[in-house]
Design a protein around this ligand. Structure first.
Ligand SMILES: Nc1ncnc2c1ncn2[C@@H]1O[C@H](COP(=O)(O)OP(=O)(O)OP(=O)(O)O)[C@@H](O)[C@H]1O
Ligand SMILES: [Mg+2]
Length: 419
């Protein structure tokens, strides 16, 4: 009997590593199956009917996006760089480098890229239901295809994608351009977060990087727009704005007249404070929404889009809150949110924020050690193996004051991009 047990033990010992090996090989095979590849320009010309105008899906700051079909019948979206420049090249390389490292059900999958001469093209999975922007404010908005259930699903799916970037990618990634045109929808209306051209890697142990400001007006967290402090919390702010758009069907910035805009938070906060959630709901929903979920979504949105970054939740908490798994936490946050608005009038809030920004600006003298450890300046955020990153760090060192140049993009959203 003892002999048998011994033999069984020996068998398990030798069999276990073999099983582990088989699983590893199988996993690698699966990963390789999903991996991206390099496309030739010829292949992409053939797939898109020579970048025919009829194949054009849209246009953004980087260039035009075309629908295409590969020889195996699979559908792709090809983003083609408009005009070559160092800056565009950087955006191209960052997008490839980030997308090639990550894989999540709610992130757009990279199929590959093409770099021939001055042509730069990025190939993605084709998303047949276009962008969230097109359903909320654009060409599909009249069709009312995103009912309340789909909206909740899109909200949670996009949040999970950002949780992945902030917590599970190595190194951690901040997106820096979360907005409705960068949330694409597949054939089942599942959210796929896209566009990593402005993304930043956050080294281990760091809480933020100081950088020049990139992103889109209406979605920029105040501390980032004013001081160039990019952190996970900036994505939380932008996500809050996106949530408000999902709930209300309104744009991040509403034009009041020729010279002034009103932010969606300035419109939503007073209504939410009065408990007027029905008024906040997108009229296109015709009252067809789950009341509790609408309220939850709006409260989470407003908590995310608070001016002070330390008051915003993490994306992990956001997912919990949206799923209704942290009711007490939500009630607590809601109390704090509305209490701070009841106790301090708007003037105080503004004064407080100004004081903050002044103390931050003065803070260019050596910082206490713990702070230095947390702050990663761009010149340290360099992977010496990666040429494009070195180039970026040099250009960022030249000018460390955040500069904004505003442009109106095709989608009608204003973008702030660095120059
Ligand atoms: N993978 C895709 N599948 C289907 N449509 C896509 C895909 N990628 C992009 N598009 C379409 O192309 C449009 C343009 O995308 P692009 O990312 O270039 O610009 P944008 O997001 O509108 O603006 P910005 O340049 O400020 O990011 C999108 O709004 C979307 O409708
Ligand atoms: Mg985009």
């Amino acid at each position: 009997m003892r002999g048998m047990i011994f033999e069984l033990k020996m068998f398990c010992r030798s069999f276990f590593p073999f099983c582990v090996y088989i699983v590893k090989v199988w996993k690698k095979k699966e990963e390789n199956k999903a991996a991206w590849r390099i496309f030739s320009l010829k292949e992409l010309h053939a797939a898109t009917n020579n970048f025919n105008y009829d194949n054009k899906l849209g246009e953004g700051g980087f260039g035009s996006v075309y629908w295409g079909q590969l020889w195996d019948g699979s559908q792709i979206a090809v983003k083609r760089l408009k005009v070559w420049s160092d800056k565009a090249e950087l955006e191209f390389v960052v997008e490839i480098e980030v997308l090639a490292r990550i894989r999540h059900k709610n992130l757009l999958t990279l199929r590959g890229y093409c770099a021939e001469g001055q042509e730069r093209l990025i190939v993605y999975d084709f998303m047949s239901n276009s962008s969230l922007l097109s359903h909320l404010h654009g060409q599909h908005s009249a069709e009312c295809l995103i009912d309340w259930k789909r909206r909740m699903n899109i909200a949670i799916g996009s949040a999970e994608a950002i949780v992945y970037l902030h917590n599970h990618a190595t190194p951690h990634i901040i997106h820096r351009d979360i907005k409705t045109s960068n949330v694409l929808l597949d054939s089942d209306f599942q959210a796929k977060v896209a566009d990593f051209g402005f993304a930043k890697f956050i080294p281990d142990g760091a809480t933020h990087v100081t950088t020049r400001v990139k992103g889109t007006l209406g979605y920029l967290a105040p501390e980032y727009a004013m001081l160039g402090k990019a952190s996970e919390s900036c994505d939380v702010y932008s996500y809050g704005i996106l949530l408000l758009e999902i709930a209300s069907g309104r744009r991040a910035l509403q034009k009041l007249n020729l010279t002034s805009n009103r932010s969606i938070t300035d419109w939503a906060l007073p209504l939410a404070r009065e408990g007027n959630f029905r008024e906040l709901a997108d009229p296109k929903l015709n009252g067809n929404f789950v009341k509790d979920e609408l309220k939850r979504l709006i409260v989470v949105a407003l908590v995310c889009a608070q001016k002070k970054p330390e008051r915003r939740p993490t994306m992990l908490e956001v997912v919990e809150l949206l799923k209704g798994e942290a009711k007490d936490k939500l009630a607590n946050l809601e109390n704090k949110l509305f209490k701070s608005w009841r106790s301090a009038d708007d003037k105080d809030e503004i004064r407080e924020d100004k004081a903050d920004s002044i103390s931050e600006k003065k803070d260019d003298t050596p910082k206490p050690e713990s702070k230095v450890a947390e702050t990663v300046q761009e010149d340290k955020d360099v992977d010496s193996k990666s040429e494009f990153k070195v180039a970026e760090s040099i250009s960022e060192e030249k000018d460390d004051t955040p500069k904004l140049e505003y442009k109106i993009s095709d989608s009608g959203s204003e973008s702030a991009q660095e120059r």
